[in-house]
Design a binder for this molecule. Structure first.
Ligand SMILES: C[C@](O)(CO)[C@H](O)COP(=O)(O)OP(=O)(O)OC[C@H]1O[C@@H](n2ccc(N)nc2=O)[C@H](O)[C@@H]1O
Ligand SMILES: Nc1ncnc2c1ncn2[C@@H]1O[C@H](COP(=O)(O)OP(=O)(O)OP(=O)(O)O)[C@@H](O)[C@H]1O
Length: 314
């Protein structure tokens, strides 16, 4: 199942040849405003990205040959299309440009928890984790900013995960500034549909003229109101709710317990709670037709230390 064909590796690995249990956290878009459209059709956004302590888990083992191999199946995603593999091919090309020659190959195992087309950024987060882990294992030497720039052509959400902290984002999501959001617990509902991002952005009835907000407006609201309630909205939510009835149903159900919102282009829906007990109480009532879970906000990416100081996580 190698991305580039070839046989299995055989030699034992030294401890510094692997990084296991590397988290790829989910993100929520606490709000998402569409402020315009670029000449190339991409939409200009304003959003706040919040990481959660819930997500996929990746394992990396360096090989004795040069192949980049995904050792686990990801349903519906062929290995060559996997953002993780594509990201590492980009990093490897940059390594070759800087150092001459290719770095060792790598076996990648992905424990896929996050739903695809869920608006939780799972594929983007997997790719970001792979880039941070292999920048370290290969000693490729890219700075955080260089890794972010390398990743952007693969997906607008990937630079955020490498940035690694709660962020106010503009442009197509690549212009990032750190922002404070109070810790809280989120209940997330998975409505069981995969929403194709392009379909939502293409819709004729999408509102594309949101008046820009300022970071200071968001920060002041969070400080004075202690949370998100009453600030902004997700401009993609009306279109996604119209096209995908389960999204509308999930928002309506969760809305009985607080301000329920969709994340990204959907399908997942979330609501913030100030205590874990409140989140647990809501979880006990979720109808069986939906998968639901709670997660705490994450102030820093779990690989922050690897990115900043190049320390191992194992
Ligand atoms: C909406 C967000 O979830 C917010 O976090 C992301 O920006 C979506 O990012 P993504 O899943 O990586 O989406 P991409 O795969 O880059 O884009 C899929 C398609 O959605 C449309 N698209 C996406 C992002 C954007 N800012 N404007 C767009 O118009 C484009 O038609 C694009 O071809
Ligand atoms: N490792 C991967 N995991 C998940 N999806 C992947 C992966 N590699 C490529 N993809 C592709 O990327 C698409 C988007 O996946 P992702 O999980 O990032 O969606 P999402 O949660 O809707 O993200 P966003 O919030 O960025 O729209 C998938 O439908 C899939 O085809």
């Amino acid at each position: 199942m190698g991305a580039e064909g070839g046989g299995p590796a055989t030699a034992p690995k030294a401890a510094n040849d692997r990084l296991h249990h590397c988290p790829a956290p989910a993100k929520l878009n606490l709000f998402l405003h569409v402020t315009g459209r670029r000449a190339d059709g991409y939409h200009l956004l304003q959003t706040v990205f919040q990481m959660l302590d819930h997500g996929d888990v990746l394992h990396f083992d360096l090989r004795d040959d040069e192949r980049i191999v995904r050792t686990t199946e990801v349903p519906g995603v062929p290995e060559q299309h996997d953002l993780v593999v594509r990201a590492l091919l980009l990093l490897r090309a940059e390594y070759a440009r800087r150092h001459g020659g290719l770095p060792p190959g790598v076996d990648i195992a992905i424990e896929k928890i996050l739903p695809m087309g869920g608006g939780l950024g799972g594929g983007s987060s997997d790719a970001a984790t792979a880039l941070m882990a292999l920048n370290h294992l290969w000693r490729a030497g890219l700075t955080q900013g260089e890794l972010m720039a390398l990743s952007l052509p693969l997906g607008a959400d990937i630079p955020f995960f490498i940035f690694g902290q709660t962020a106010f984002a503009e442009g197509v999501g690549e212009a990032l500034q750190a922002v404070e959001a109070p810790d809280c617990w989120y209940v997330v509902l998975e409505p069981g549909v995969a929403v194709p991002t392009a379909e939502i952005f293409c819709a004729e009835d999408l509102t594309r003229d949101a008046i820009p907000v300022r970071i200071a407006d968001f920060s002041r609201h969070m400080k004075t109101r202690g949370g998100l309630t009453g600030f902004g909205r997700n401009d993609l939510q009306a279109v996604a709710s119209r096209l995908f009835a389960p999204v509308a149903q999930a928002i309506e159900w969760l809305g009985a317990y607080g301000e329920a919102r969709m994340t990204g282009s959907g399908a997942c829906v979330f609501c913030a709670f100030s205590s874990e007990a409140q989140a647990d109480a809501v979880l006990t009532k979720v109808p069986a037709k939906w998968k639901a879970w709670k997660a705490k906000s994450l102030q820093r990416h779990p690989l922050w230390a690897v990115m900043q100081t190049h320390q191992d996580v194992e």
